[in-house]
Design a protein around this ligand. Sequence first.
Ligand code: ZN
Length: 238
Amino acid sequence: MARYQKAPLADGKRGTALLQNYPSVKCVKDNTVHFVDGTSLPYDDGLAKDFDHALQQPDMEDHFRQAYPAFAPIEPPALNFDPGRFRNDALLKKLYGGSQEEIEANLVEVNWLPVNEGKKLLFNKRENAAAQLQKVSDELDKLPSQYLKYVKNIDGTYQYRPIQGTSRLSPHSYGIAIDLDNQYSIYWLWDKEYRYVNQIPRAVVEIFERHGFVWGGRWYHYDTMHFEYRPEMFERVL
Ligand SMILES: [Zn+2]
């Protein structure tokens, strides 16, 4: 199963990142992403977008408009630095299910922290997402006990809902995101004033990152309980 290092920066590698990390992607050529089921989607819509436009209507190219700083020291992100927050809905529907019913048919149970607690979490089995979350859990389970409080009482995984304040589907709707315990977390929308004060230990963050999950604590629009399976944001090493 895949492990990851820093995000690829070279333009030429980005289509390759989709191809390498999502088994449903068959090939990427001539600005088109072809899927193993015979369908295809455009890669680049050709539009020049500012930050808000890219956030509202990202194409697949916009996934890579900011390089995710995997394994970097944790520090307050720069203004509007939100790598991984740009999500092409057509791609996610193709990968994980085109409707609530289809997505729910793809959910499987992940055995979360069986050594320490043992609870079942629903996650999407497509594209290795659930298998990678199981690997995260297996590593978290081996951490010293002082880390347990952050990951034991998780806030949730699958929930079919829009992103708060928008009509776009949350990544939780696809069963590819997990929120840790919200009492150790900050979320920009809940804060009256901007404040970035992270409590999530770097050891926890790096375990998720090693298995292809981006962290909302690396975003200017911070959401430090939030981890999301986005392997195309990493460079694969194994
Ligand atoms: Zn979340």
